[in-house]
Design a protein around this ligand. Sequence first.
Ligand code: 5RP
Length: 221
Amino acid sequence: MSQETQKQAVAREALRYVVDDAWIGVGSGSTANLFIDALATIRHRIKGGVASSVKTAERMKSHGIPVEELNDAGDLAVYIDGADEVTRAGAMIKGGGGALTREKIVAAASRKFVCIVDASKVVDVLGRFPLPVEVIPMARSYVARELVRLGGQPAWRQGFVTDNGNLILDVAGLAIADPVALEATIDGIAGVVTVGLFARRGADVVLVGSERGVETIAARR
Ligand code: 5RP
């Protein structure tokens, strides 16, 4: 099964977690896009979606899926999104597409997080994928120096501005043994908006596409 086929398989499998007559939290990225395409086939069963990025909102609208603001939808039953890396315990690196802040907000407001990935994303230790950190523009250099003090090698993502008008530093060289602790440490640096570590609120379920089909991991039991 190709990587694309694995993504399509987990996107379809995620439909099992969609709650009827509810607003669904919807993530960003190529795997989430395939989920949106699948969600369109059952759009009559749901109220619509709460988007984690402008692109996701546009894709849902293009499929005729109603889009609601999180402020008006209230708490969500489920949030479905991809990841750049995920452990079997449900800790993730996210933000490869730069939507990490809104993704973290929608995830926080959701009772269940279903992470959908192909097999290449599952790791024992997070950190091979450079960790995205969204920063307030005036804090870019200061935050970068603090990240170096933590042992990372930050690179300014060139030509990219987030949906919130901020910048991204991609931090290489971190072997993240304790994702919950590092998430709290980086969140505590002045000027950091969001770190792309999703460990305090990790995934509840990870759907992994592989050669053998879709594996379901109940991550936080
Ligand atoms: C975007 C994200 C995505 O979930 C992550 O980058 C995975 O994307 P893809 O499904 O395209 O590999 O966090 O900010």
